[in-house]
Design a protein around this ligand. Sequence first.
Ligand code: RFL
Ligand code: PHB
Length: 392
Amino acid sequence: MVRTQVAIVGAGPAGLTLSHLLHLEGIESIIVEARGQDYIESRVRAGVLEQTTVDLMVQSGLGERLLREGLVHHGVWLNFGGQRRRIDFDDLTGGRAITVYAQHEVVKDLIKARLDSGGQILFEAEDVTVEEFQSEAPRLRFRKGGAEQEISCDFIGGCDGFHGICRPSIPEGVLAVYDRTYPFAWLGILAEAAPSSEELVYSYHDRGFALFSMRSPGVTRLYLQCDPEEDLERWPDERIWAELLTRHSTGDGWAPRQGPIVQKGLTGMRSFVVEPMQCGRLFLAGDAAHIVPPTGAKGLNLAVADVAVLARALAAFYQSGRRDLLKRYSETCLRRVWKVQRFSWWMTAMLHRFQTDNAFDRRRQLAELDYVTSSRAAQTTLAENYVGLPLD
Ligand code: RFL
Ligand code: PHB
């Protein structure tokens, strides 16, 4: 049996960042991951980092490539009723910004940092189980390369995403679930086309929402609101471009630039939170504990914020025997989680077409967009949430 201080399930942004922050505090950890390294280093997901996330990465020594290759954006556009209006983060938040840097690049940087400093990530682990976490001696069990393995530890970081095993291992009755599903999904594409706007464009349209984003100076990322049961076979490239151009039409002549589509996918939309985010010595972080619809670009950022709180609490435990921060882990995280849930829900409700909406609702949405882009108070509300609330 192997021993470590903190055993972490999942090598996504939450698990890897936790392991990295613990290492900086002199705390040992081992990450156990179901997938292979190549798979997780190329999994296309989020792309927008809050200022808060960028600051944390830079302060913890992960800034080198991010600061060189990340695209810093000082605002976003809201496009509705034939007008494109800009929310100026710089002016509204005292110089805070967002950085476009793909999640899998963050993951690559984190894996490299862990492996370079002798960290252990056990990829391709099968049938992981978490045990005895309500005692002082939790254990992780799994199979790797056909052999049974066991890790004994002081704490478990449950960082295995929404479909992981940590949350379902918590005994029935402990967790309360709060959730909402939305009656639509996003069809997302990556296109080999130089972005035609320097900043993101969120478009509200009669035919549904569309988003213009990017990954690099040569790659555009675009999304379209669609049916959750949508069949991608019914979306040949020409149909996708026609729909994107219609929904992104503006009065000022701007349009996304077209190019070969190199990836297509469907993303469901859901808001989900469990309370509490801990049970004994098992601590849930990131998507394992909560998910948000992608409209606010928050999932990855929330995962990083959780593990910053957890790393600080574990450091206080190991350095001075303090248990109070660990005890309050869930409470501390949930204050931020619920604010981010509210923001993600609000952006989603403001920008999407709901089938149950009538002409009244449509006018209400347009009025809200007009207000949000013309009142300085409302613009500040959007901007300060988008660039990221400060860590507690
Ligand atoms: P992850 O990234 O899902 O990582 C969990 C890891 O655990 C592994 N795992 C297991 N390992 C061992 N045993 C098991 N039984 C396991 N089960 C699972 C998995 O293989 C995986 O490696 O969760 P984490 O670390 O909490 O990170 C969360 C983020 O990935 C997620 O919130 C974001 O991607 C959400 N998201 C966005 N977030 C943002 O902050 N900004 C964005 O712009 C943004 N855009 C998006 C998004 C998510 C999207 N999709 C595909 C859902 C855009 C999209 C399209
Ligand atoms: C992305 O670039 O993938 C992206 C950007 C903004 C969002 C969601 C996703 O709100």
